[in-house]
Design a protein around this ligand. Structure first.
Ligand code: NAP
Ligand code: MG
Length: 396
């Protein structure tokens, strides 16, 4: 008998990952689960046809149903405009959904015994949370051509405040950044929620010794949210909240065994997530979860639509595209649905799906990207063969 479930939001996508999406559903999920999804086609042609309304509707559905799973999608650029004959250069669906949910993205590596991280001590995953609002990404910049006095001016409701930035005697540059208390608070809450979800410590780092007001505000808000809303739940779960300076954090992360969530400011998260994901082996082994402060969860693979493989697939070639991160997006969403609804069967299935996927790799059968990272002799499978092996294990 198939496992029954309440609906989750399913967001289909583009190119090679759309091909994998169908295979994963048909081979690994539908034979075992009476799959119940609210389906949104976020492929670029359909986003164009619906004037991107489908993306907004999907985001609203995630708010309503609390759980979604998303396939990788194309973010259009000039070349894609031409390739797909688009009406407009539509915004990145991820940006639209993130904004609608006021969500934070957590990137978590999937670890197998076959692939050794570049940092030998890392035995547990390190999840990076990047604050995806403000700072240098929304900065205003000016080139100073030939000297002058630069000031920060706040025209507030209760009058004006001024600070000199610098008085230039020659050419230079200036930059103005901002962030908002409500955005920082939402970020903090999403981080505390997700750390509780994983049952792991939360680290937060900034440079508040130098940036006493700006980074100091981040530190204070995290501390306040922790003390007021999460301290007791953390103590009950036996996990810790830990603040340290960004440079100290970097040193500690390298020496650590992993197994914690690292909350980063926008720029730190941008840089550190690429470093950490590379150190764990492969972008194809990285999942990504968008968590809203209200506790809505959207799961996806961290990689894109794997365009190069897709063009080969269109020519009739078999490709060895790694489906693991997309499988884990599905298992993550099914587990979360199971948790929210108290469905032991669904949670159990999510666990079995993940175990079977990793067991195939441990047995030495894997896609080309992983085979290239292994020193021992292994069998390279194409995507369909690899998924077929997982299916065999699941049926046992
Ligand atoms: P990508 O799709 O992640 O692929 C870059 C390269 O990484 C691939 O060519 C492939 O290398 C390797 N790779 C990534 N995932 C793999 C997998 N599952 N299995 C095996 N190899 C994998 O990034 P991109 O080429 O920069 O972007 C392609 C499209 O994806 C773009 O239109 C972009 O807008 C979109 N994108 C979407 C998201 C999202 O929806 N979250 C994220 C990023 C990018 P080899 O070719 O060397 O095998
Ligand atoms: Mg980056």
């Amino acid at each position: 008998m198939k496992i029954k479930m309440n609906p989750i939001v399913e967001m289909d996508g583009d190119e090679m990952t759309r091909v994998l999406w169908k295979m994963i559903k048909e081979e690994l999920i539908e034979p075992f689960v009476e799959l119940n999804t609210e389906y949104y086609d976020l492929s670029l042609p359909n986003r164009d046809a619906t004037d991107d309304e489908v993306t907004v509707a999907a985001a609203e559905a995630v708010k309503r149903l609390k759980v979604g799973v998303k396939c990788a999608t194309i973010t259009p650029n000039a070349q894609r405009m031409e390739e797909y004959g688009l009406k407009q250069m539509w915004k990145s669906p991820n940006a639209t959904i993130r904004a609608a949910l006021d969500g934070t993205v957590f990137r978590k590596p999937i670890i197998t015994s076959r692939i050794k991280p570049y940092v030998r001590g890392w035995t547990e995953p390190i999840t990076i949370a990047r604050h995806a609002y403000g700072d240098v990404y929304k900065a205003v910049e000016l080139r100073v051509p030939e000297g002058g006095r630069a000031e920060l001016v706040l025209s507030g409701e209760k009058g004006e405040e001024r600070r000199e930035i610098y008085t230039f005697k020659g050419p230079g540059v200036i930059q103005g950044m901002h962030n908002r208390d409500d955005s920082i608070t939402g970020f903090a809450r999403a981080c505390f929620e997700y750390a509780l979800d994983l049952g792991q410590d939360l680290w937060f780092s900034s440079k508040d010794t130098i940036s006493k007001v700006y980074d100091g505000r981040f530190r204070d808000i995290f501390e306040q949210v922790y003390q007021q809303q999460y301290k007791q739940r953390f103590e009950k779960a036996g996990i810790k909240y830990f603040y340290t300076l960004i440079d100290d954090a970097v040193a500690r992360v390298i020496r650590s065994e992993g197994g914690f969530v690292w909350a980063c400011k926008n720029y730190d998260g941008d840089v550190m997530s690429d470093m950490v994901s590379t150190a764990f082996g492969s972008l194809a082994m990285m999942t990504s979860v968008l968590v809203s402060p209200e506790g809505c969860y959207e799961y996806e693979a961290a990689h894109g639509t794997v365009t190069r493989h897709y063009y080969r697939w269109l020519k009739g070639e078999k490709t060895s595209t790694n489906p693991i991160a997309t499988i884990f997006a599905w298992s993550g969403a099914l587990r979360k649905r199971g948790e929210l609804d108290g469905s032991e069967a669904l949670r159990d299935f999510a666990g079995r799906l993940e175990k079977a996927s990793l067991a195939v790799i441990d047995e030495g059968v894997m896609t080309a990207d992983l085979a290239a990272l292994c020193t021992e002799e292994v069998k390279t499978a194409d995507s369909a063969e690899f998924i077929g092996e997982i299916r065999k294990l699941l049926e046992k």
